[in-house]
Design a protein around this ligand. Structure first.
Ligand SMILES: Cc1cc2nc3c(=O)[nH]c(=O)nc-3n(C[C@H](O)[C@H](O)[C@H](O)COP(=O)(O)OP(=O)(O)OC[C@H]3O[C@@H](n4cnc5c(N)ncnc54)[C@H](O)[C@@H]3O)c2cc1C
Length: 438
């Protein structure tokens, strides 16, 4: 039977912060006995093959940071491991739960999970309240004049900005309401081993997008040897920073950087309206491309031994650190798809395993952009030349040498393919697949 005094639950998901958190703000304002909860969802964790996963470690570090603040206030974070439905069923046995609050998640599997949880809460007489938090505009908030979703970035971005001009994006000061949290003895957080993983070298670095860096972003962002991008992607992914705070900074400091934040929302909007992109090309004709899909060649790409230094440096940066510079993401993706003619979904899946900032919408959008199959993608005949890209963006081999110490030695592999030949091969394969479209 439930405990006598009713409680409300705030369910953390990809919003791991106490400050400026929309649903947490509403929850604490409307309730006085709030229990914060996080669930390590076994359906997500079980799919992670590598049990030394920096992302799982990052989540735990973010939870520890939240827990430190909560215990100082005489409250606690409840951290569970299992299936979300089972855990809510158990909690409904243990407590009288009035309301559960959470922020929106737009991924297809998350939408299904939330519907299931909502149904079982409703059955027990509890209500589920969800809010927009991880974006400035969601779902149907930025549409074309005809009421349909945009599929081209520039007009979407213009409409997005014109909508923003009519609103003031204010923070939700959840941090000022923490006295509404349930007073309870601190519960122990699980260790990384408790949830079946091992520690990594991951650190919870603060989410600072430095002003100087943002001001110089336009000139510096394309050079991977320069520390010229903000590295906020992991924080946006897990919600350890508020998008409202970043968007405000962006609008004041740099239009180019502002647009990158809007690209993120564009891809989230695309995923929400066109969930078929998860498994297939946004433009159906691109599903007809006859990929070569050579396993050995794929392995060389993954390992960073293609013999194309800029590609190999990127893959080695990814394998060693879980990060890759955006320009190099574009080059490595283009190389896999257009020089090796390997299905973009193979590359997408590899990035999904390795990227610390892996985010379904942006990763899928980035890959479909490189393959030419996405909405507003690079035209299929635009094929990055790795040598030309290196001349433009790493002419002194500074980035390359950081990741490949033997780049000038005999021990470094010869290029695995002739770019000119590969380019023609790809153009022919694309033309064949798209013959009715072009
Ligand atoms: C093939 C490919 C795969 C990608 N996969 C991911 C992914 O899984 N997760 C991810 O967050 N980004 C992804 N990106 C986009 C981009 O590479 C990263 O967001 C960026 O490199 C992160 O570094 P930063 O935080 O220093 O970015 P900054 O350049 O400082 O940009 C600030 C923020 O804007 C957003 N942003 C920037 N560029 C893009 C973009 N092209 N598309 C969408 N959002 C963008 C990110 O949230 C980023 O943190 C991918 C790009 C490509 C080409």
């Amino acid at each position: 039977m439930g405990q006598e005094k009713a409680i409300s639950i705030f369910w953390f998901r990809r919003d791991l912060r106490l400050d400026d958190n929309t649903a947490l703000y509403h929850c604490l304002r409307e309730n006085s006995n709030v229990l914060p909860l996080f669930i390590f969802d076994e359906s997500i964790l079980n799919k992670l093959e590598n049990k030394t996963d920096r992302r799982v470690h990052f989540i735990l570090l973010a939870l520890e940071s939240i827990q430190n603040r909560l215990t100082g206030l005489g409250s606690t974070l409840l951290v569970k491991h299992g299936s979300c439905a089972n855990i809510f069923n158990d909690l409904l046995q243990q407590y009288t739960i009035d309301r559960v609050y959470a922020n929106h998640d737009y991924e297809p599997e998350a939408i299904i999970r939330d519907k299931q949880v909502e149904a079982l809460l409703t059955k027990s007489g509890a209500t589920f309240h969800t809010y927009k938090d991880q974006v400035i505009f969601e779902k149907d908030e930025v549409l074309k004049e005809d009421g349909k979703p945009y599929t081209i970035f520039t007009p979407y971005m213009r409409k997005w900005k014109s909508r923003l001009a009519t609103l003031s994006v204010e923070p939700y000061p959840s941090e000022s309401l923490l006295s509404s949290l349930m007073k309870i003895t601190a519960s122990r957080l699980p260790s990384i081993e408790d949830i079946g993983f091992k520690p990594t070298d991951m650190l919870l670095t603060p989410a600072v997008a430095e002003e100087d860096l943002i001001k110089n972003y336009t000139e510096q962002r394309d050079y991977p040897a320069i520390n010229g991008t903000t590295r906020v992607s992991i924080h946006l992914r897990f919600g350890t920073v508020s998008i409202r705070q970043l968007a405000k900074k962006a609008s004041e400091l740099n239009g180019t950087w502002f647009n990158e934040l809007i690209w993120r929302e564009f891809y989230m909007m695309i995923l929400y309206h066109f969930p078929h992109v998860v498994n297939s090309a946004f433009k159906p004709a691109y599903n007809l491309i006859e990929w070569r899909n050579n396993d050995e060649e794929f392995k060389r790409w993954c390992d960073g031994t293609t013999g194309f230094p800029i590609v190999d440096a990127g893959m080695r940066e990814l394998n060693e650190t879980g990060f890759m510079h955006n320009r190099v993401r574009m080059i490595t993706a283009s190389f896999l798809v257009k020089d090796l003619l390997i299905d973009w979904r193979w590359g997408e899946a590899y990035f999904a395993k390795k990227l610390n900032d892996f985010e379904l919408a942006s990763n899928n959008g980035g890959w479909q952009w490189a393959a030419g199959s996405g909405c507003d993608a690079a035209p299929y005949f635009r094929i990055f030349n790795p040598t030309e890209q290196t001349k433009k963006f790493d002419s002194e081999f500074k980035y390359i040498r950081k990741w490949i110490s033997n780049v000038n030695d005999f021990s470094y592999p010869q290029p695995m393919v002739d770019h000119k030949f590969a380019r023609e091969r790809t153009l022919a394969a694309y033309k064949k697949a798209l013959k009715n479209q072009i």
